[in-house]
Design a protein around this ligand. Structure first.
Ligand SMILES: Cc1ncc(COP(=O)(O)O)c(C=O)c1O
Length: 416
């Protein structure tokens, strides 16, 4: 690369950083000492706000002990619902439609157990093979629980680009399909699916619809109350910065507010009557009924701070910066990496991509550790994908440029 080209990209990155309306938010985050962090789609960084809400929870435990269930701020007893309400600013829905509980896979089991009811010829589940493996394991085990074998799982195969085509999803639907489960953003390619179109078509055919929003919640705005799937699940440790293993979220359509969950536990009960300790299960209304055991208060605590921070930044501004950053990754890849055989796998159209960019190279598996040694944290997904995720609140355009320059250096060093 010529010196003039390097200077031009440097200038562009600096100008974009200077005019970034969200630039002040970076100071809220602890930036890891491992280098430029482009792995927020695996684990989001800790913010000072999240650290404070975690230490407030520890302090409440110290000061209040058991009374923290009532007097903690917010009360521990209602923390799952309080955080669920905060999530509506990012993913839509109304208070009562969302709770924070369990893990993505556990919530998925609860919702599949409730909504997958094979009857007569309507017994198939439609999914895609690119969904996160844990989701596919949950689907297969739920099929087994109903005495169905894997032929009841109809997988929509990706096209020649490695993308899931919406037309192919629609073609896979029909009167023999009981349930559809898809990711809004595919974890490997970063492709964003048209949730509205798919949900509308499936629901009009009497198919129960669920979405996994793990790779989009907190970076792509969702309007669950408008799209109105039957349910959704998502983790909170990626773009929601809830911390490693933070509890997940579940959304239940208000159409099912009085639906009895398949799996019962005392935290799914009507809170006003929980301490009557009755042997009879009286469910809460809405998403709350789908919780099972006690909420993981300390693991949920950072979310209070991180969700407040995201709400302050505003999900539309977060998305606008995310698109600008991922667009910059793509432009730099075309200009500086394409001659080294690196291809962009993620769809380029803004409405078809999530918050990370997937690049393809036959030597991706060796390049990712080389990048880490050079101070750039991205990740590898088999067989040949390098994922780079510029989390909008903590990443600068100049970080993206440095990362791409390091990748170019790793490629040219390893090919010489
Ligand atoms: C799309 C998706 N679904 C499910 C999971 C699993 O989540 P959990 O470990 O909370 O069950 C992940 C984890 O990264 C994921 O990316």
């Amino acid at each position: 690369m010529s010196k003039a080209a390097a200077a031009m990209w440097q200038k562009e990155a600096e100008e974009r950083d200077a005019s970034d309306p969200l630039k002040e938010f970076r100071a809220d985050f602890y930036l890891p000492n491992t280098g430029i962090y482009l792995d927020g789609n695996s684990l989001g960084l800790i913010s000072r706000r999240a650290e404070k809400s975690l230490s407030d929870a520890v302090d409440a435990w110290r000061r209040l002990a058991v009374q923290g269930w009532e007097e903690g701020e917010p009360s521990w007893f209602y923390l799952a619902e309080t955080l669920g309400e905060m999530l509506t600013a990012l993913v839509g829905g109304n208070p009562g439609d969302l709770v924070v509980a369990g893990s993505t896979t556990v919530n998925l089991h609860q919702l599949l157990a409730t909504f997958y009811r094979p009857k007569g010829q309507r017994r198939l589940i439609v999914a895609d093979p690119l969904n996160f493996p844990s989701d596919l394991y949950a689907l297969k085990s739920q099929l087994a629980l109903h005495g169905q074998d894997e032929s009841a799982l109809r997988l929509v195969m990706p096209d020649e680009h490695g993308w899931i085509r919406e037309e192919d999803v629609l073609k896979a639907l029909g009167p023999e399909v009981a349930l559809l489960l898809l990711p809004a953003v595919v974890f490997s390619s970063g492709q964003l699916l048209d949730m509205e179109r798919i949900t509308k078509s499936a629901r009009s055919q009497g198919i129960a619809v669920g979405w996994d929003l793990s790779h989009s919640a907190g970076v792509v705005p969702h309007r669950l109350h408008e799209v109105d799937p039957d349910f959704a699940v998502f983790c909170t440790y990626k773009y929601l910065n809830g911390g490693p293993g933070a509890p997940a979220a579940l959304y239940l359509s208000p159409r099912h507010r009085d639906r009895l969950p398949a799996l019962w536990g005392w935290f799914g009960g009507d809170k006003e009557r929980q301490f009557e300790m009755s042997p009879a299960f009286r469910p809460a209304r809405g998403a709350g009924a789908f919780q099972i055991g006690s909420p993981h208060i300390l693991s949920m605590a950072p979310l209070k701070g991180s969700l407040a921070l995201l709400a302050e930044a505003g999900i539309d501004r977060v998305r606008a910066k995310s698109l600008a950053l991922t667009g910059f990754v793509m432009a730099l890849t075309d200009a500086l990496l394409a001659d080294q055989g690196v291809l962009v796998l993620t769809p380029r159209e803004p409405k078809r991509r999530g918050g990370h960019v997937a690049l393809r190279h036959p030597r991706a598996a060796e390049l990712v550790p080389l990048l880490r040694r050079a101070g750039v944290v991205g990740d590898f997904r088999p067989p040949d994908i390098i994922r780079l995720c510029p989390s909008p609140l903590s990443t600068r355009f100049s970080d993206v440029l440095d990362a791409v320059l390091q990748l170019r250096a790793a490629l040219t060093a390893s090919s010489s």
